[in-house]
Design a protein. Structure first.
Length: 559
């Protein structure tokens, strides 16, 4: 690969690498993630610097991964040997190609897709972009094989010019970003190992995940100095099943689920209000009852979960908020059912029964405490359930665990149990009141200003990358108490999943997203804008790297 790249300009290098990466089917959860990791490793090993320093390229297997997925690392030592190190990172997996429908066969072929979109008017914007020749189409083109390509081109650049670095560059690519983030979570231990063994001081991590217009006609290039976090709040809703001939006596969990969904889904009032930031409301990702086949009995239970972005809030605050909303939803359902029953009695002249539609709402933490006070060993139940349902999808396993815990209640009372399931992403952002973060902002701003003047691009700084990104796992702002409030509401923490919070806190690496520019990520019209992403962005990251290392080196020497 090096021989081919050495004949090209940097812009051509990035385009060549992007095309090659897109053509590899690296869909999340498949062996393609291994195949693309091997390609990236082989590409790095073809560079003269790494031929001379073969130990500076290596891989780290993801422990226990049935697919054999791995992280790939490469280390460039600057000519002025010191501890200051910039990290370049990106994820190598993509989402699937089912959305391409009849075009699945060319989903990884940028040239064929461009021809198709040029000829077919899917919409005017897509056709215009295809005909311009300035956009590359294909699954992963923008999210985020082009981001890997930018980093690889810059790695090649700095291996040829290590004298420009007043410090080092550590490159890494990680699998599984589109699902459980197993790659970056595993990389935390490797980053800490390198930090100790090589006595490194990590300055910042630059991610090249894609940026996109925030409104029609928006051409601003956004730079994000942090990453949003994410919770997956779940609701196990246990009702009171009845025959449909006695339906008014029951408590349908679906009715409660719909009431909770209505109060949470896309409710902008629940989103954090942070000036100048694109802050997104929670959205429902899953809602269904437990019935597997038709019968005339109402559902026993219903399962519900939401994508819930967090920016400055904590899991404890979100749990308190959701408990309150669930109580309100259950009270509305109780009143509605009671009113319906009263009307039913009036119409039928039947004797009134002593019925209640009260539904308790409890966090998992509080429910486990209730069981403990009754002398019930909930932990043993959790462990058995995870083993029994090991074959199920992870979130389904969590619901099965809660179902087994509900069975431990001798009264089988109707209730809503609120808990958290994976994935969980901490939020990571620069803070204006911390001197270290300010020291990073100055050289970053200087680099952006310089490149902006040279290229005419308009840049704007934002605090939070609005989508999910691996950079969340490089630093931790939550206190131990706030983390405990999360893990105590996570069924089987350490069994279903675990995050190395202590090791992340030790790393404490600021995450900056300086991304490729494109449109329609995760859509079949996904495309990356070549003039900026292949031409401007690599130089911007080079300048940022030089400025940050220089600034940190000067600060260290001063100290």
């Amino acid at each position: 690969m090096y021989i081919q790249l050495s004949q090209l300009s940097m812009e051509e290098q990035v385009e060549c690498l992007t095309k090659a990466l897109v053509k590899i089917k690296s869909i999340n959860g498949t062996s393609g993630e291994v195949k693309i990791a091997d390609f990236i490793k082989n590409t790095l090993q073809s560079f003269p610097y790494f031929k001379e320093n073969p130990l500076h390229v290596w891989e780290q297997k993801i422990n226990g991964d049935t697919l054999g997925r791995k992280n790939v690392f490469a280390f460039i030592q600057g000519s002025k040997k010191n501890a200051q190190t910039m990290i370049y990172h990106a994820h190598l997996d993509t989402v699937g190609i089912e959305d391409f429908g009849p075009l699945k066969d060319i989903a990884l072929d940028p040239e064929e897709l461009q021809r198709y979109f040029s000829m077919h008017n899917i919409n005017e914007d897509v056709q215009r972009d295809a005909r311009s020749g300035e956009w590359m189409f294909g699954r992963g083109a923008v999210d985020m094989q082009s981001g890997i390509a930018v980093h690889l081109a810059n790695v090649l650049h700095f291996t040829k010019h290590p004298n420009k670095l007043e410090g080092n560059v550590l490159f890494m690519v990680n699998p599984d970003e589109e699902s459980q983030h197993a790659g970056i979570i595993s990389a935390v231990s490797e980053l800490n190992r390198l930090k100790k063994e090589k006595n490194l001081s990590y300055v910042a991590a630059i991610n090249t995940d894609f940026i996109t217009p925030l409104y029609e006609g928006d051409s601003t290039r956004y730079i994000y100095t942090g990453a949003a976090g994410k919770l997956l709040p779940c609701f196990y809703i246990y009702g009171r099943e009845v025959h449909v001939g006695d339906t008014l006596a029951g408590i349908d969990p679906n009715l409660i689920a719909s009431e909770i969904t209505g109060s949470i889904h896309n409710n902008i009032n629940l989103a954090e209000n942070i000036e100048g930031e694109l802050v997104l409301p929670p959205s429902c990702l899953y809602q269904r009852d437990n019935k597997e086949a038709y019968n005339v009995q109402t559902a026993v239970s219903s399962h519900l979960y939401f994508n819930y972005f967090i920016y400055e809030r904590t899991a404890k605050e979100v749990m308190s908020q959701l408990i309150g909303l669930s109580i309100e939803a259950c009270e509305k359902v109780e009143k509605k059912l009671s009113d319906y029953y009263e009307l039913f009695v009036q119409r039928t002249n039947l004797p009134k029964r002593n019925l209640s539609w009260k539904v308790d709402v409890v966090s998992l933490e509080d429910y486990l405490e209730e069981l403990d006070q009754k002398g019930i060993n909930a932990q043993a139940c959790i462990e058995r359930a995870f083993e029994q349902y090991a074959h199920l999808e992870l979130r389904t396993r969590c619901f099965k665990v809660i179902e087994e815990l509900q069975k431990l209640d001798p009264h089988q009372s109707p209730r809503v149990i609120v808990f958290f399931a994976p994935p969980y992403l901490p939020h990571n952002h620069l803070k204006k009141d911390e001197s270290r973060d300010q020291q990073l902002l100055y050289p970053l701003q200087a680099a952006v200003e310089k490149v902006g003047k040279q290229t005419g691009e308009t840049f704007q700084f934002k605090k939070f990358f609005p989508y999910l990104a691996d950079g969340s796992f490089l630093s931790l702002h939550e206190t131990d108490e706030e983390i405990d409030a999360f893990t105590r509401n996570f069924p089987g923490w350490g069994i279903a999943g675990a995050i190395p919070f202590r090791e992340i806190r030790e790393l404490n690496i600021p995450s900056i997203n300086i991304g490729v520019y494109g449109k329609d990520g995760h859509k079949w019209t996904e495309r990356v804008y070549k003039p900026y992403s292949f031409g401007v962005l690599p130089k911007l990251i080079q300048e940022t790297t030089v400025q940050m290392l220089k600034s940190r080196h000067a600060c260290t020497n001063h100290i």
